[in-house]
Design a protein around this ligand. Structure first.
Ligand code: SAM
Length: 282
């Protein structure tokens, strides 16, 4: 390798990705190989092959998903809302460039339309090509790839989707506004009258303010707000939150969960809303 790609460091002869998580915390991964590295119009995009996590998608130096644990996050952000809505037909995914959420949504035969609005076409291209463990080389005709800003997309659409999944990166750069009140307001209007939405609301331990702000926004806009969690090793602290806002539906189906998955099963589906004490009481 002639030139060291951005965000990588050589330490004692080995190549490391050093993720600058916060002032007093850096997360490091030993890297075997740089599969892809280039700037897009929006961010710096890398596919790295790491020793312990396998291939990973890295945007602006921050790990988004990996072959080892990408399925945990993608199954949790997709199957929980799609199980609570009794008959989703039109689904919107905002972000989700690794295609993992769209791949999970495509497991529901009754879904007719999956719109994936991703701002950065390069992310989708490199994940389909180099990260099949997560993207599944997704080629389902119901998935429509729309390369646009999710914020602008939801502004234009009214009363259309059954479920909206906000699969965004951290609240910096192009994803900053995906954590703001006005965006959730537009999401509410883009949903049908019994629609529901879910978003990733960051770490309950390290981004407590982001999580609480997201819950507040959703709570102001939807009659039903529910928070659930999962353990995703590559996200800072490992413990991750999701916030669901619903206009009507809030119950899980009586019939057992039956999709072919690696993480979500019937017991996880029914227990993920059980919160630890420090999140139940403030
Ligand atoms: N699971 C990941 C996580 O929590 O770190 C995020 C998955 S996905 C890779 C996030 C995607 O959101 C990125 O591909 C990014 O390009 C996209 N994105 C960021 N801002 C966006 C926006 N305003 N509209 C649409 N997509 C956006």
């Amino acid at each position: 390798m002639n030139e060291m790609p951005k965000f990588l460091q050589r330490i004692n002869g080995d190549l490391w990705l050093v993720e600058d998580e916060r002032e007093n915390m850096k997360i490091s991964y030993r890297i075997k190989d740089v599969i892809f590295s280039a700037p897009s119009e929006f961010q710096h995009v890398m596919i790295l092959d790491s020793y312990d996590f396998g291939r990973m998608l890295v945007l602006d130096g921050v790990v988004q998903t990996t072959s080892l644990d990408g399925h945990i996050y993608n199954e949790m952000i997709t199957h929980i809302p799609l199980s609570i809505h009794p008959h989703p037909e039109r689904v919107l995914i905002i972000g989700g460039g690794d295609c993992g959420a769209a791949r999970e949504a495509a497991k529901y035969d009754h879904i007719q339309e999956i719109d994936m609005v991703e701002i950065d076409e390069l992310v989708v291209k490199v994940c389909k090509e180099h990260l099949p463990a997560v993207s599944g080389n997704l080629a389902d005709p119901r998935v429509h790839f729309i390369y646009a800003d999710g914020i602008e997309h939801v502004k234009k659409i009214k009363n259309h989707y059954d479920v909206i999944i906000v699969d965004s990166s951290d609240p910096i750069g192009p994803a900053k506004q995906l954590f703001e009140y006005d965006f959730y307001h537009d999401i509410r209007d883009a949903l049908k009258e019994d629609g529901l939405m879910v978003c990733q609301s960051q770490s309950p331990l390290f981004h407590r303010n982001v999580m609480e702000q997201t819950i507040r926004h959703v709570n102001r806009l939807f009659p039903i707000t529910k928070v659930y969690t999962a353990t995703v090793p590559t996200y800072p602290g490992g413990f991750w939150s999701f916030t669901l806002g619903s206009k009507k539906h809030h119950q899980l189906p009586a019939q057992p969960f039956n999709k072919k998955t690696k993480y979500v099963n019937d017991a996880i589906l029914r227990s993920c809303f059980e919160l630890p004490e420090f999140l139940r009481t403030k």
